[in-house]
Design a protein around this ligand. Structure first.
Ligand code: URA
Length: 436
């Protein structure tokens, strides 16, 4: 096979065969195919797209480029996993993992870091002093066996082709292609050893997929890849036009996740976690229906068992549990300032993208993978779409360590907030669709 022939084939809109995709992935992973030819192939895929069969083949080839985690020797029963396509204030995993564990299912979760305005579970967990989020495969397996719950970063040996490809996509303007996004996400899920997968596909201003139409296409594609790979997959399409919950920023989000685990969290975040939990528990065969799953999950928030699982997780990964019992210790910053409304009316916009960007300006997120971040800074929004504000009511609070950044962050956040003086604005849906 010749790389140039495959690039031309795809450039001209033809389908690549399974063997051609396998060959291409194998050879760029070993470095046989230079980056400039990988870039040309990516651009051809970007413009010509890939069929579901090609996308599944690409996913499986990326899984086969490295190790896969086999959890069957440490987990007795079904391994169910979740994945979010990412957004602003999305701390779902930190609440959901302990809930699922408290319901009696093992949770072996591989998570990632944040990039741009989208946060990452690993960064959030790292806000807890001492907590180790880079476990070896042996430590990961040992912990799931002894504790039943583990969350760690991905080892370099899982789907290495995806890591290589993502770096090139990032600098060639080819990230936002549905086949490439779907195969990237699903390759990591499949290599992570899950038998059943619940996907949280976000849509809205703060999401990868800004339109519901694109989110549906991505969700359908990932569900099809899961099915074609023998893993039962369900996708929930959820809102990301405004932040999920109120806290945006790593320590602030841990604090909010802990409040939610103590059954005192924001309504939208709680509802979202319970819906996800319902699907996960049903998919794993733990309950007879999704609603029964959500009810079981709700009990774990009320009786404190989900919080206990979180403490267990933090202890097992050497985190200092003092901060779990007193999370306000995590959010000590040099300056806390609240911005109030200058208008009266209904909030009709609390743009997740602007709020996310404002948090990045404060230092809560990174523009490039290697950038350092400030775990204690961020924003708390006090109002959501559809709520009424009076003049001088608080809109959001900024937690900052760098005085110079406060006014820039404030301006960015305010760009995304609109108060309507006219008629009552309805709240927006939390969930739009479920794709099975
Ligand atoms: N998340 C991933 O893991 N990969 C993508 O391509 C996009 C989001």
């Amino acid at each position: 096979m010749r790389t140039t022939d495959l690039i031309i084939k795809k450039r001209d809109g033809q389908e690549l065969s399974t063997q051609e995709i396998d060959w291409f992935v194998e050879n760029f992973t070993t470095g046989e195919i230079p980056d400039y030819q990988v870039s040309a192939m990516l651009m051809s895929i970007y413009f010509q797209g890939m069929s579901i069969r090609e996308t599944t083949d690409l996913t499986i080839a990326m899984v086969n480029s490295g190790d896969s985690l086999d959890l069957t020797d440490v987990i007795d029963g079904i391994v169910v996993d979740k994945h979010s396509t990412g957004g602003v204030g999305d701390k779902t995993t930190i609440v959901l993992a302990p809930i699922i564990s408290a319901c009696g299912l093992p949770v072996a979760k591989i998570s990632g870091r944040g990039l741009g305005h989208g946060g990452g579970t690993l960064d959030k967990l790292e806000a807890i002093p001492g907590l180790n989020i880079q476990l070896t495969s042996e430590q990961f397996k040992e912990q799931i066996k002894t504790t039943g719950i583990v969350i760690s970063g991905q080892s370099a040996s899982l789907a290495p082709a995806d890591g290589k490809l993502y770096k090139i996509r990032d600098v060639t303007g080819t990230v936002s292609n549905l086949a490439l996004i779907a195969s990237s996400i699903m390759s990591k899920k499949l290599a992570g050893g899950a038998q059943r997968i619940v996907l949280d596909v976000k849509t809205g201003t703060g999401a990868f997929m800004t339109t519901l139409k694109d989110a549906r296409v991505l969700a359908k594609l990932m569900v099809a890849i899961g099915k074609n790979s023998g893993r039962h997959t369900v996708a929930i399409i959820s809102d990301m036009n405004q932040p999920l919950g109120c806290a945006v920023g790593n320590s602030l989000e841990i604090q909010e996740a802990i409040e939610t685990l103590n059954n005192k969290g924001p309504i939208d975040l709680t509802k979202h976690c319970l819906k996800m939990a319902g699907h996960m528990l049903f998919l794993a065969g733990k309950t007879n229906s999704i609603s029964e799953g959500s009810e079981l999950a709700k009990k774990t928030l009320k009786d404190g068992s989900a919080f206990k699982e979180f403490v267990k997780l933090v202890e097992a990964q050497n985190g200092d549990t003092k901060y779990i019992y007193k999370p306000q210790l995590l959010t000590q910053v040099k300056s806390i300032s609240t911005v109030t409304s200058t208008e009266e009316g209904y909030i009709n916009k609390m743009n997740a993208l602007n709020i996310g960007k404002a948090a990045v300006i404060l230092g809560a997120g990174r523009e490039r993978k290697e950038d350092p971040i400030d775990l204690s800074v961020g924003i708390i929004v006090h109002k959501k779409i559809g709520e009424y504000v009076k003049i001088n009511d608080p809109l959001f609070t900024i937690y900052a360590n760098n005085q110079n950044k406060i006014s820039i962050a404030k301006k960015e956040a305010l760009k995304g907030i609109q108060v309507s003086k006219k008629t009552k604005i309805e709240t927006i849906p939390l969930h739009y669709d479920v794709i099975e």
